[in-house]
Write a protein that binds this ligand. Structure first.
Ligand SMILES: [Fe+2]
Ligand SMILES: [Fe+2]
Length: 257
């Protein structure tokens, strides 16, 4: 795995990040604003608003593999913390509150802690894939310009995170050939749909209120999961940052996917 190219990617991705115009006039009907705010409040907690680091009991075994990997993990989680900041600005804009705990987030952190870093990395990868489906829906249907601009920034980062996870897994020889690989893919997809369903249960009122649908959400989840699993076959072990992510950071990056 080409760690240097990932450090370069994360460093370059800090540039050219236009801040959404949080002071712009709000023109969202109350019936839409209420569920949307609730959803954004929860997402702020889940997307970098909690512990912005690996928290598995054995996380250090992954972080300390090399000095470069430690740096990459720090840069990755710095972007997650930035997502929480952006979502916090949206919460403030709509007059919401910063929540610090929720049952689904506590369950999420508990699983990450006790099941080990390998499982935690898989859970985070799946979360990034299903969150991408959520942010795309929110961006495409957003009744608020600054909120859509925020989604665009987060999607740009998440596309890099997903590519990093793919590179990391491929470098570790995953998925293995034949039956073990098939079983790995099946468990990955099942857990992915479970993560997507958790997200849908919590955020459906918002996504429906802005004009999204269950079918649209699940087809987004399917697209993300299948593309990720298929792409693992094609990544050479020393891939580094794919050409798409090696381009200068710009807001069209995610749309290009
Ligand atoms: Fe994030
Ligand atoms: Fe992420």
């Amino acid at each position: 795995m080409n760690c240097a190219s990932w450090i370069e990617h994360f460093t370059r991705n800090k540039q050219n990040r236009p801040e959404p115009d949080w002071a712009a006039l709000i023109n969202v009907p109350p019936a839409v604003l209420k569920p949307m705010l609730r959803s954004v409040e929860q997402f702020r907690l889940g997307d970098g608003g909690g512990p912005a680091s690996l928290i598995a009991y054995n996380a250090e075994s992954f972080r300390s593999r090399t000095a470069e990997m430690r740096k990459i993990v720090d840069l990755w989680f710095a972007e997650e913390a930035e997502h929480a900041r952006l979502l916090g600005c949206a919460v403030k804009r709509f007059g919401g509150r910063i929540i610090t705990s929720h049952w689904s987030f506590m369950a999420f952190c508990f699983c990450r802690r006790v099941l080990g870093v390998k499982f935690e990395l898989q859970v985070l990868t799946l979360t990034e894939l299903v969150s991408t489906a959520y942010y795309r829906l929110l961006r495409n249907h957003s009744p608020d310009g600054p909120l859509a601009a925020m989604c665009e920034l987060i999607l740009r980062d998440e596309s890099g995170h997903v590519a990093f996870q793919r590179d990391r897994l491929a470098a570790a020889g995953c998925p293995r050939p034949e039956l073990r690989g098939l079983l790995w893919r099946i468990q990955f997809l099942l857990l992915g749909y479970a993560a997507g369903t958790m997200l849908w249960i919590n955020h459906a009122p918002c996504l429906k209120a802005i004009g999204g649908s269950r079918g649209e959400f699940y087809s987004g989840v399917t697209r993300q999961l299948m593309r990720f699993v298929r792409s693992l076959r094609r990544v050479p072990k020393t891939a580094g940052v794919p050409a798409l992510w090696a381009k200068p950071a710009n807001l069209q990056l995610e749309r290009a996917n």
